[in-house]
Design a binder for this molecule. Structure first.
Ligand code: NDP
Ligand code: 2IT
Length: 449
């Protein structure tokens, strides 16, 4: 926590006042600035020239109208966002989220986190995020296509290989990226593959990008467990969500001998004590775009489907929340600790509330933040950009090898930075400080811009 004498407090107050009501953005800024006192004490020059104030103010924020026509011929209007937060280290980079809850505060929290996450990867990437308050659930493929085309009709003039490179996030996967890339190409008359990542293999996509966030999370997690002499084998895991990140986290965990017993969607969760059948989850989610309750229907009485409780009530030794922000509360944290949790890694962005994080830290649970754990997605996006620039295609194995090295480096950087700043085992401070130092040095070298 910040103390009142700290020079960061007035900066924080000004950010709260200037960005009224943007509660997720406030939460993310609090968390990062709350870690920076030791680094500013050792390196006061990092706070010169209003560097922290500049870091917390996006370079550019674009808000736009997205009119589109549904299958009944009705005109619908949504709101689109792209926040280009910081391009000191490279073009702005970060996903697009389509979800009814999307607003400016959510996109800004995600864009802010992305700056430090991208810095941790060691790749030449700035930070940004975008999306729309569009609800893809229940929409036909044609409606999704028309929406994506209208979204890109405005977005195309703001992005580019050297400016800002979007990708997927909640509600945006390979299908949506394809529609958006198609519209970008049509409007600009350029086959500029480096403008967006998460493309399919036919259009310059990279092997392993689909799997990257989940696989990367498991590589990080494995290394974190090893710092206390634990291994993955034989652990009992819960992974919330059942989208892109959750599916490939579960798949990799199972392949390494973990028993994953529960996962969820926004309607409820399933508990399969025999261990989740990930191929069935993939079929339900990726092919049929259906609800997780289908899993229980197909498996019969050995599987429980629960819609009126928290997934975190189910006992486990390791947890990887991989759905959305603030999905895991202080009550959940207390239950998990009581039930014997030894480690938690954030697969999603900011899934644990600050109170929950505090409980884990007090209880001595190994805890790692999303900006480190889930960085494998954006790191593999950078590998996709690299392949696009050189017109190469690496094999799955080569790409996955690169990913695992990057995740091990991120882990070690966070771990060693925490030690260096006298907070051994504190991955939140390690990630925030290491990411900050890289961005601060890049910003300083560019002058006041
Ligand atoms: P998907 O859209 O593929 O899946 C999201 C999952 O989370 C679904 O199961 C969804 O359920 C559930 N979910 C979403 N919103 C809510 C909510 N408000 N309440 C409860 N459940 C919810 O998204 P991803 O898997 O790509 O993203 C998951 C998280 O990981 C997000 O925080 C994202 O920012 C983060 N992330 C994603 C990366 C990527 O490469 N895709 C990279 C790094 C982080 P339902 O279907 O019912 O809505
Ligand atoms: O939160 C994230 O890191 C992502 N949604 C992936 C971003 C990217 O550009 O691949």
């Amino acid at each position: 926590m910040l103390n009142n004498k700290n020079k960061l407090t007035p900066i924080l107050n000004q950010i709260m006042q200037r960005n009224v009501g943007e509660k997720e953005f406030h939460q993310a800024v609090h968390e990062v600035l709350g870690s920076l006192s030791p680094v500013i004490t050792r390196h006061p020059e990092y706070a010169d020239d209003a560097l922290i104030e500049r870091l917390c103010e996006p370079e550019r924020q674009i808000i736009f109208r997205i009119p589109w026509i549904d299958d009944n011929g009705q005109v619908c209007v949504n709101r689109g966002f792209r926040v280009q937060f910081n391009s000191a280290l490279g073009p702005c980079k970060g996903g697009l989220r389509f979800h009814p809850s999307v607003n400016l505060g959510i996109i800004k929290f995600l864009g802010f986190e992305q700056i430090f996450k991208n810095a941790l990867t060691g790749m030449p990437l700035g930070g940004g995020k975008g999306g729309a308050d569009f609800d893809p659930r229940g929409r036909s493929a044609r409606e999704i296509m028309r929406f994506c085309q209208s979204f890109m009709s405005e977005l195309h003039r703001h992005i580019g290989e050297y400016t800002d490179v979007p990708a997927g996030d909640i509600g945006v996967g390979g299908r949506e990226i394809g529609y958006m890339f198609g519209q970008f190409k049509r409007l600009t008359n350029r086959y500029e593959t480096g403008v967006i990542t998460g493309k399919d293999l036919l259009h310059g996509g990279s092997h392993a990008r689909t799997e990257a966030t989940g696989y990367g999370a498991v590589y990080f997690f494995e290394r974190m467990l090893a710092t206390r002499g634990h291994s993955l084998e034989g652990q009992r895991a819960i992974v919330s969500g059942s989208g892109n990140v959750a599916i490939y986290t579960i798949q990799k965990l199972i392949s390494l001998g973990v028993k994953v017993i529960a996962c969820s969607d926004s309607n409820g969760f399933i508990v399969d004590e025999a261990g989740i059948d990930i191929d069935l989850v993939r079929k339900i989610k990726e092919q049929h775009r259906s609800r997780i309750s289908e899993y229980a229907k197909l498996k019969g009485s050995s599987v429980k489907y629960v819609a009126d409780r928290s997934i975190w009530d189910v006992p486990c030794t390791i947890a990887i929340p991989s759905a959305t922000q603030n999905e895991l509360t202080d009550d959940d944290a207390r239950t998990l600790v009581k039930n014997g949790l030894i480690a938690l890694g954030e697969g999603a962005n900011m899934p644990c509330t600050p109170e929950a994080v505090h409980i884990f830290q007090e209880a001595g649970v190994l805890f790692a933040p999303g900006k480190a754990v889930n960085a494998g997605g954006v790191a593999t996006s950078a590998l996709e950009m690299q392949q696009n620039a050189s017109r190469e295609r690496w094999t799955f194995e080569e790409t996955e090898n690169n990913l695992s090295k990057i995740m091990h480096n991120i882990h070690d950087l966070c771990y060693e930075t925490a030690e260096k700043y006298d907070m051994p085992g504190n991955y939140i401070s390690g990630a925030n400080i290491a990411g900050f130092i890289r961005v601060a040095e890049a910003m300083q070298a560019l002058g006041v811009v």
